[in-house]
Design a protein around this ligand. Structure first.
Ligand code: A2P
Length: 257
């Protein structure tokens, strides 16, 4: 048995010069928990070329979706960005990852903090009805340099708000906070600064950070993750894992250089 599923690309959407998403068929045997990642890629010169990608689709969906950067000379993404409907991608059989609700101590407010394509695992999680059962509110923060980079997230949330099943859950519980650092926008600034200054909570009309009720997942640039980890640890929050649930969990978004 091959280590990979060979899946067919169903659609590709280019959001900006540096971001695209695509949907592919999903083998019925491919199981994952929302928030997890798998190794995916292409066969290049007869060999698999793979990188870790979070599933942006939820596990109840029939198709798979991924959200990716494009790097001009990136070994995989320089090729992956050229895929078209009907092409074949490889998907590793085993999904894994720490951004799952079981790795968190029960809480009331779930904060999903992301930059760039770090949004992907949260795109999956906000389509999980169980997440809405477990938490009173879900705060989805997406930080980017430019407004155009928010488009995938904006459309995702807008579609879910219009959805018959998810619409009511979202309107009651999901707070979406896109923020931009390098051009004008209604929300400005780095996620780290927005939390330390309490601006994020003020803008959302929410109470400040509270270790008793807040649980956090973060995915994005390594520099941001390092700073956030320190910020939360200074306030007594502990990192969770599969062995020991905690107040926060971390995953690096894939960056190809
Ligand atoms: P900034 O524009 O101030 O660098 P990148 O494209 O470099 O991965 O960055 C994505 C977003 O993450 C940008 O808005 C960037 O802000 C922000 N960012 C980068 N490093 C950090 C950090 N150490 N802490 C918080 N946000 C960061």
């Amino acid at each position: 048995m091959s280590a990979f599923y060979r899946e067919k690309v169903l659609s590709v959407h280019h959001w900006t010069d540096t971001l695209f998403s695509f949907r592919a068929t999903r083998d019925t045997g491919f199981r994952f928990q929302n928030g997890q990642f798998a190794m995916i890629g292409l066969e290049v010169d007869g060999r698999p070329l793979l990188r870790a990608y979070s599933m942006a689709s939820a596990n109840h969906e029939e198709e798979l979706e991924f959200f990716s950067i494009k790097v001009h000379d990136g070994p995989l993404t320089s090729k992956l960005q050229k895929i078209r409907e009907g092409d074949i991608i490889l998907v590793g059989r085993k999904a894994t990852g720490t951004l799952i609700t079981d790795n968190l101590i029960p809480g009331k407010r779930l904060m999903l903090l992301s930059t760039g394509t770090g949004l992907a695992p949260f795109a999956s999680l906000i389509k999980d009805p169980e997440v809405y059962d477990r938490y009173d509110s879900i705060v989805l923060v997406h930080g980017c340099r430019q407004v155009s980079e928010l488009a995938y997230g904006e459309e995702l949330v807008a579609k879910l708000r219009d959805d018959e099943l998810f619409g009511p859950m979202l309107s009651e519980k999901l707070l979406y906070y896109p923020t931009v650092t390098r051009e004008p926008f209604r929300n400005r600034g780095r996620i780290t600064d927005l939390i330390t200054s309490n601006q994020l909570f003020a803008d959302l009309h929410q109470g400040p950070l509270d270790i008793e009720t807040d649980r956090i997942m973060m995915c994005g640039s390594p520099a941001m993750l390092e700073e956030l980890k320190q910020l939360f640890e200074t306030r007594g929050f502990a990192e969770g894992s599969g062995n020991k649930p905690g107040h926060f969990v971390i995953e690096k978004a894939f960056v190809e250089r």
